[in-house]
Design a protein around this ligand. Structure first.
Ligand SMILES: Cc1cc2nc3c(=O)[nH]c(=O)nc-3n(C[C@H](O)[C@H](O)[C@H](O)COP(=O)(O)O)c2cc1C
Length: 356
């Protein structure tokens, strides 16, 4: 395994998952188990990020990553945004909360970057945009391995030019927000993981980390056979013992009355995949306005999550959510490795003629 100078034992990264799931305990357990854990700095203050980094450092000496949201200013249709917010008033009344302010913020980006430059961590990854080359090289000079998330071949070309150490290709199957550089709806943006990998691997000479719908070790074998270096896995860890996922979401993931995932902008104003529920279906025409809508719905989401109102809370998860198991994270890593090895062993016992 040449990825990350041989420091990563298995080609498994626990995906950064903001909003609670990828807490220090989960990240450190996955790193100790031979994969690599990730902290999600998104939605946190710089102090909160700093605290989580020190916690992970106390728990493991192994590699771990920190994921940062790249801020972006996109054009907002203000009248459409206002009328969407008006429709949410009845939800707020029902839950006894006031809606938040429809303000833009940069998710404390500059402070977080300043901190990460002054206090380097082994791996830094970016999502929602492409940082400039100057920043990437500064982080690399301080010893961090830098990853940029992309969702299309075009984004991969842009990211390649700023010279990161690896790309993370996020397929349409993935849970949580699309890591796209913008939130525009244009054809060709929602590629499945294998289509994206096929399109990128031939012209980008960088290690490719792939994410989206990887739930079993056999899936890891498949993406590695298809040219990926490492599998980045989120949803499969959502129900595990150490993850900070809301308990009601953990139960909903095993509840047969929740059957599908879908994309929505209803909670945040940015396209994200979650378990389809009443709120997503009712507000499925929500406009693109991130992070304004995210700030507006924050009190709603918090109250719904505290009450276990699974019809109203956001439950980010990928298409494979039904296969997420309630097990210690180390057991999940162990299972993924065992299944992946089995898949490669099976292939070895077959002749070319019996396959193709
Ligand atoms: C609950 C949740 C939160 C997420 N938050 C982030 C995040 O903060 N940063 C990021 O780059 N990706 C985030 N993602 C996307 C994951 O990093 C990854 O692309 C995805 O989980 C892979 O697909 P899978 O969920 O099918 O395994 C999130 C995903 C989930 C499920």
């Amino acid at each position: 395994m040449t990825f990350l100078k041989g420091l990563l034992r298995y080609p498994i990264i626990q995906a950064p998952m903001a909003g609670g799931p990828s807490c220090p305990k989960l990240a450190s357990v996955v790193s100790e188990a031979g994969g690599m854990g990730f902290l999600a700095a998104g939605y946190k203050t710089n102090d909160e990020m700093e605290k989580e980094i020190s916690e992970v450092k106390q728990l493991t000496k192994k590699l771990f990553g920190v994921n940062v949201f790249v801020p972006q200013k996109s054009e907002i249709d203000s009248p459409v945004l206002s009328s969407y917010i008006d429709t949410l008033e009845s939800e707020a009344d029902r839950l006894g909360v006031s809606l938040g302010e429809a303000v833009w913020d940069d998710d404390c980006y500059d402070e977080k970057i300043e901190y990460l430059l002054a206090n380097p961590v082994p791996v830094v990854s970016f999502t929602f945009g492409c940082p400039p080359n100057g920043l990437i090289s500064k982080l690399q000079q301080r010893g961090s391995f830098v990853i940029i998330t992309v969702t299309t071949p075009e984004e991969a070309e842009i990211a390649f030019k700023v010279e990161p150490d690896a790309l993370c290709l996020q397929g349409v199957e993935a849970g949580g927000h699309r890591g796209s550089f913008d939130d525009k709806d244009v054809p060709g943006k929602d590629l499945s993981l294998l289509s994206l990998l096929s399109a990128v691997r031939s012209n980008i000479d960088l290690p490719l980390i792939v994410a989206g719908g990887i739930m079993h070790g056999r899936d890891i074998a498949a993406v590695i056979m298809s040219g990926a270096a490492v599998a980045q896995i989120g949803t499969a860890f959502l129900r595990c013992t150490e993850s900070g996922t809301n308990q009601f979401q953990k139960s909903a993931m095993a509840d047969p009355s929740f059957q599908h995932t879908m994309f929505t902008r209803a909670f945040s104003g940015r396209k994200a995949r979650g378990i389809a529920n009443r709120f997503m279906l009712e507000y499925n025409s929500a406009p693109s306005a991130y992070p304004q809508i995210n700030n507006v719905t924050k009190p709603l989401r918090r109250e719904a999550a505290a009450r276990g109102d699974t019809g109203t809370m956001n439950m980010w998860a990928g298409q494979g959510f039904r296969f997420a198991e309630e097990l210690p994270a180390a057991k999940i890593v162990e299972r993924l490795v065992r299944e992946c090895r089995q898949a490669f062993d099976e292939i070895k016992t077959k002749t070319h003629e019996s396959i193709i």
